[in-house]
Design a protein around this ligand. Structure first.
Ligand code: ZN
Length: 273
């Protein structure tokens, strides 16, 4: 004979079923009633005090808090800076501008050796250079090595680091002080190698003062622009909001494509049975 387990007549969690009990509340007798001292609820608000204000009225009356401005360094009035991205502080912006001479998104680049010579003169690295296509090639190699190093960080791009190191060794760079005691690196001769070595000295200098870590390459593969991360927690990934939105839209689309593929696979599996 089969025995069936029967659910015991108990409460929700297996305990004894609770019984309903009625408690009579005691009359509240405060200590002040006995002592003759009025309780706080009995104390009436004097008419001289302002009436109590509700939360929303108080918030409406409150002065609006000034919105904290995000520190971007964009408005420091550097006439050489034409990019929409905020410039990095100090001389690091020269390196940032150098990397951004190629706009991967727009498909623009330095038009030729003359354009590179003009850029070097604009940023005070070397004036009046007569450059060739080999110089342009070298300059672009160093530039892309810098972009790779920014993107991969130390240890992640040994070939890029070696290329930049070679450019740094090509010409000596001296540490100089101006009349106000501000230090800078300078190339003894205004040559193309000297200009590249000067760019490498900027890279090394930014590593020493700790600003190098904030220079980043955009996470968007089609952009890779160099930008300075002004965020408090150093977590910026995209150069602009547009790049971030584009990446989010792509990720969303990719997820949908995957789900459609999964649905198709599931439908064909059901049909085959
Ligand atoms: Zn970008």
């Amino acid at each position: 004979m089969a025995h069936r387990l029967q659910r015991p007549a108990s409460g929700r969690h297996g305990g004894p079923r609770p019984t309903l009990r009625v408690y009579l509340s005691r009359p509240r007798i405060s200590a002040s009633a006995c002592s003759g001292i009025p309780s706080p609820s009995e104390v009436r608000r004097p008419s001289s005090l302002p009436p109590k204000m509700c939360y929303f009225a108080a918030m409406a009356k409150k002065k609006p808090r000034k919105k904290a401005r995000r520190k971007t360094g964009a408005d420091d009035g550097d006439p050489r800076w034409t990019s929409k991205l905020p410039p990095a502080p100090g001389e690091l912006r020269i390196l940032q501008a150098f990397v951004n001479t190629a706009d991967l998104r727009q498909g623009t680049d330095l038009a030729g050796p003359r354009a590179l010579a003009e850029w070097l003169e604009l940023w005070g690295l070397a004036a009046g250079l007569e450059l060739t296509s080999d110089h342009l090639q070298n300059g672009k190699e160093v530039r892309e090595a810098m972009r790779t190093l920014i993107r991969c960080r130390p240890g992640g791009a040994p070939r890029a680091a070696a290329r930049i190191d070679r450019a740094g060794k090509a010409s000596p760079v001296f540490a100089r002080l101006d009349a106000e005691g501000r230090g800078r690196f300078e190339s003894p001769a205004e040559t193309f190698d000297g200009a590249l070595a000067r760019l490498v000295s900027i890279l090394v200098g930014s590593q020493l003062v700790g600003t190098w870590e904030r220079l980043r390459a955009c996470a968007d593969k089609t952009c890779r622009a160099a930008f300075y991360d002004f965020s408090k927690n150093r977590s910026a990934v995209w150069c602009t909001v547009q790049c971030g939105n584009r990446a989010s839209a792509l990720a969303y689309r990719w997820r949908n494509i995957n789900s459609v593929r999964k649905m198709d696979a599931a439908r064909s599996w059901v049909r085959g049975r």
